[in-house]
Design a binder for this molecule. Structure first.
Ligand code: NZQ
Ligand code: ZN
Length: 388
């Protein structure tokens, strides 16, 4: 097990009828900006409920944060923060709204050019760089990204998606009420399950470092997602199933299972380029890339693939290669059982597009990926070709 720090100050407020707790954790004299997306929170009546819970506080609203939130949208909200002296932001939505709110929190009082905040890559933006941030909370409506309990964000600009990380952008609190997910379209639930699944494997499907508890935590999340996946998609108001999905997706990327272990993230980096170039939903890009990556990297991931085959898919028969092959097939079949396509051709993308995707990876400096930093653009090309 590698040395590690674990820090996560976010208060989780979980369950039915917990919205009223917002009143406890938003300062009573706060001037609040509510941020939301394209309208689902308004349509479901959630926005009105949230405003009611905020009582007599002065409230402003900023809607229109699109999926894969864009820099130019978020900068407009930062203007409102400054002009209205906002001192608390409440994000109501999925990962795009919460990520966007993290960027607004960082950019509003940043002295430099806010575009520079997209240039830190995986480096953390410290209090030296951003002297003042705006505290924020969230009301989660889509279990997927884990943004509700981590400090990371992914912001879109021009032809790319850029990670933004800072210990200053953990939500103060997040309300996780599974009933708020009942209005989700099936495809968004499926996206969420696959995102949480691949978040877990990015921190698990690497090589052994005798991190037994982290491995079992990760296997616990994978087993739970496989167990509830289908019913989570088809039974929109099954409270227990949605509750398990919500908490699994949060635990998959709040830093806990990633402590002291090697991490991959190649599937995500290639996936982001597919979203930036073709607008494919985040979760669906992962369903395309992950099975192909396992095939191309099976030797590098051999030990963990065998552990995964036995412990997650209960595959105990056959040779090692047969077990590995069967585990990869089961993974793809699981994604497809949720109604998601797992091949580029399923989105009408042909091999002639692969050179552009590889060029984009290179232009974003993503030339030494994976837990061993040896996935070159040439190997990324192979993974994409194998995903046709
Ligand atoms: O915008 P509205 O109208 O709210 O509609 C949204 C959006 O169209 C809709 N939706 C959300 N909750 C709903 C609902 N519709 C009906 N009922 C509800 N309860 O769903 C659509 C997708 O929402 P979005 O927030 O984009 O989805 P998700 O939560 O999957 O977030 C995706 C974003 O998270 C980033 C991705 O890159 C992407 O930009 N990620 C953030 C991460 C992090 N912070 O650690 C890690 C992830 O790997 C990921 O990169
Ligand atoms: Zn993800």
């Amino acid at each position: 097990m590698f040395n590690f720090d674990f820090y996560n100050p976010t208060r989780i407020i979980f369950g039915k009828d917990r919205l009223k707790d917002i009143d406890k954790y938003v300062p009573h004299d706060a001037i609040v900006l509510i941020t939301y997306g394209g309208g689902s929170a308004k349509k479901s009546g959630l926005l009105d409920k949230v405003k009611t819970m905020l009582g007599k506080r002065k409230i402003y609203e900023f809607g229109g944060i699109e999926p894969n939130p864009r820099f130019e949208t978020l900068i407009k909200a930062a203007d409102i923060v400054r002009s209205k002296n906002i001192d608390f932001i409440l994000a109501v939505g999925g990962g795009s709204v919460i990520d966007g709110t993290k960027f607004i929190s960082l950019a509003s009082y940043y002295k430099g050019d806010a575009m520079d905040l997209l240039k830190f890559g995986f480096g953390r933006i410290t209090g030296e760089i951003v002297k003042k941030v705006v505290p924020f909370g969230s009301v989660l409506t889509l279990p997927a990204s884990g943004s509700e309990m981590n400090s990371g964000a992914v912001i879109s600009s021009e032809h790319g998606k850029f990670p933004v990380r800072s210990d200053l952008t953990f939500p103060v609190f997040s309300v996780l009420d599974p009933t708020l997910t009942y209005t989700l379209p099936e495809i968004q639930v499926a996206n969420g399950i696959i995102d949480a699944f691949v978040h877990t494997t990015e921190q698990y499907m690497t090589y052994p470092v005798d991190a037994r508890i982290q491995d079992r935590f990760a296997e616990g999340i994978l087993l739970t997602l496989i167990e509830i996946g289908k019913s989570a998609v088809t039974e929109s108001d099954n409270y227990d199933v949605r509750a398990n999905l919500v908490w699994s997706a949060t635990l998959a990327l709040n830093g806990l299972i990633g402590t002291g272990v090697p991490q991959d993230w190649t599937t995500h980096m290639i996936g982001h380029e597919l979203t930036a170039m073709f607008g494919i939903d985040h979760g669906q890009t992962l369903a395309i890339i992950y099975p192909s990556l396992l095939t191309v990297r099976r030797e590098q991931k051999r030990a963990k693939l065998l552990q995964y085959a036995e412990r997650v898919w209960n595959i105990n028969q056959g040779s090692e290669d047969e077990k590995i092959e069967s585990a990869i097939i089961k993974t793809r079949e699981f994604f497809e059982s949720l109604g998601v396509k797992t091949r580029l051709s399923g989105f009408g993308i042909k091999a002639d597009k692969i050179p552009d995707l590889v060029n984009q990876l290179e232009s974003h400096g993503l030339t030494a990926l994976s837990e061993t930093q040896d996935i070159t653009p040439e190997i990324s090309r192979k993974i994409l070709e194998n995903a046709i």
